[in-house]
Design a protein around this ligand. Structure first.
Ligand SMILES: Cc1cc2nc3c(=O)[nH]c(=O)nc-3n(C[C@H](O)[C@H](O)[C@H](O)COP(=O)(O)OP(=O)(O)OC[C@H]3O[C@@H](n4cnc5c(N)ncnc54)[C@H](O)[C@@H]3O)c2cc1C
Length: 495
């Protein structure tokens, strides 16, 4: 299948992913003499830091996931294609993608790969069945259905206290920012939002456990903020178990082992997996063709200018890239994306100078400003300035009006930190409409404890597991209406 626009005449920059890395790279190229194609498997730009608020009924999915197409609608040199990239041929400079179940080839002159990372279960992928991660809108909506669903089921089981206790026990695995935020929110939900809504159970009796193999919460924030967050959560009633690893996850609960070897089984219905990340498998594809190395999480060890060995035209950014000293956070992805866009423009400018490389076949090297050319790969400038990360700090909310913030040597906790968190998140949510409606929802939640986004559907609850039972690739045929033929029934015997 050919893409509707075919091959652009300008230097073609293909960007894989519409997260922080992909979107900010596309935006940074808005004035460049290039054609930009953003290929992403979802139609939205997801603001992952607020996924936990979708899962706990504060925000709707639209507020944190505006359409990428809408965000880039005024950027004339950019187009957006919903496609799942399955392979990259670095020699032919072609991306193989699946659009609406049709395979397509997208040729590129420069490639920015920003496909992010998924959840890692540290080799125990079977845990995912009962403990969804927190990486996508699907995850957040499934968790919303599981969290609110647990209270509903408990109300119906009120005469069986053992089962009520299991249903009202929530286990969050991983005490990074996501785990801390989830644990705090589930506890607030049970003690405030749902307080008066049930007749046979007391939601405030819900237990929320936060588990982590490390010795402190929020490791990346340092000891002081980790302890502050721990105190705040414990005050809210969250049970924290540090130095504890999960050894098994079943429908019935979670098996754990502490550092003294003591084993325990926590009976619980709803589990949230907020530990560990695994970079996109596209990293492996790139590594096998370019000789780039991968780290333990599958991140590509890029060169100091974010490119791959012998492939200056391929840049890897965001959660998929390993760059020493750069954490897997939005700022890392944004800064790398802007740098990658600047590198491409630098190389284009270099190509306008006489020292361009001779190109193979019909590809002709001509000036970057010429609209009628097929662009050639320019010679890379000698020793480009390496990427430098500017650490703007880290922040996480613990509860309503309480957050922890670390900026350089400064540490903030409590209400001031929470205001900083609020302002910064509002600034980075894409789209004016989204900002306004998020502000309204926050006002409702923070002032009245109400939550406007509590609806959940059976699809959200069971869709992922149902699709897994069908096997990979089934959603395409189902969407096209190609249902498996029903097995022929034996005709009933005539009386
Ligand atoms: C729950 C959660 C909370 C977080 N909280 C914070 C926080 O408070 N502060 C902070 O700074 N950071 C936070 N982060 C981290 C931050 O969100 C990431 O570092 C950032 O999103 C990385 O950007 P990215 O572009 O590399 O990847 P992503 O934002 O994950 O984007 C990846 C993109 O690639 C697309 N994609 C993936 N595979 C393919 C494929 N094969 N074909 C086509 N498209 C593909 C996806 O659809 C997506 O559009 C959080 C992350 C999570 C999950």
């Amino acid at each position: 299948m050919q893409l509707p626009m075919g091959r652009p005449k300008r230097h073609h920059v293909v960007i894989i992913g519409s997260g922080f890395g992909g979107l900010f790279a596309a935006k940074a190229l808005r004035r460049a003499p290039v054609a930009v194609t953003v290929l992403a498997q979802t139609t939205h730009h997801l603001f992952q830091p607020l996924l936990y608020q979708v899962a706990t009924g504060i925000l709707s999915e639209g507020e944190i996931a505006p359409a990428t197409r809408e965000i880039l609608s005024r950027q004339r040199n950019a187009r957006v294609i919903q496609a799942l990239v399955e392979d990259i041929d670095v020699e032919q400079k072609v991306v193989h993608a699946r659009c609406q179940d049709e395979l397509t080839e997208v040729p590129y002159d420069s490639l920015i790969v920003a496909a992010g990372a998924g959840q890692s279960y540290f080799g125990n992928d079977q845990f995912a069945t009962f403990a969804p991660g927190m990486k996508s809108l699907d995850n957040a909506l499934e968790l919303r259905a599981r969290i609110f669903g647990a209270f509903e089921r408990a109300e119906l089981t009120a005469d069986n206290q053992v089962e009520v206790d299991r249903l009202l026990t929530f286990v969050v695995v991983g005490a990074g920012p996501t785990g801390v935020e989830m644990a705090g929110q589930i506890r607030e939900l049970s003690t405030h939002t749902l307080r008066r809504e049930f007749r046979h159970i007391d939601p405030s009796q819900a237990r929320v456990l936060l588990l982590d193999g490390a010795d402190q919460l929020l490791q990346a924030f340092g000891d002081q903020l980790g302890k502050s967050a721990q105190r705040a959560l414990e005050k809210m009633g969250v049970e924290i178990r540090l130095g504890t690893i999960v050894t098994d996850v079943t429908d019935e609960g979670v098996a754990v082992k502490d550092k003294d070897g003591q084993e325990d089984f926590i009976r619980c219905a709803c589990k949230v997996w907020a530990a560990g990340v695994q970079a996109s498998p596209l990293g492996k594809t790139l590594a096998s063709q370019t000789g780039a190395e991968l780290d333990r999480s599958g991140r590509v060890k890029v060169r100091p200018d974010l490119s791959l060995p012998d492939h200056p035209e391929i840049l890897v950014v965001g959660d998929m890239a390993y760059v020493e000293g750069v954490p897997g956070v939005a700022q890392g992805a944004i800064q790398e994306a802007r740098y990658a866009a600047a590198r491409i423009q630098e190389r284009l400018r270099a190509a306008e100078e006489p020292a361009m490389v001779a190109l193979e076949g019909e590809r002709t090297a001509v000036g970057a400003g010429d609209p009628g050319y097929t662009f050639a790969t320019p010679a890379p400038p000698e020793d480009p300035e390496p990427f430098k990360y500017f650490d703007k700090g880290s922040m996480a909310t613990v509860s309503r009006f309480n957050a922890v913030v670390s900026v350089g040597p400064l540490r903030f906790t409590g209400f001031v930190a929470w205001l900083m968190w609020l302002g910064l998140h509002l600034l980075y949510i894409a789209g004016f409409k989204q900002r306004v409606s998020t502000l309204v929802r926050w006002f409702i939640t923070f002032v009245s404890n109400g939550r406007s986004e509590r609806a959940s559907t059976r699809q959200q609850l069971a869709g992922r597991l149902a699709l897994e039972q069908f096997g990979p690739g089934v959603s395409g045929p189902l969407l096209r209406g190609e249902h498996p033929e029903p097995e022929e029934q034996e005709p009933a015997a005539q009386a």
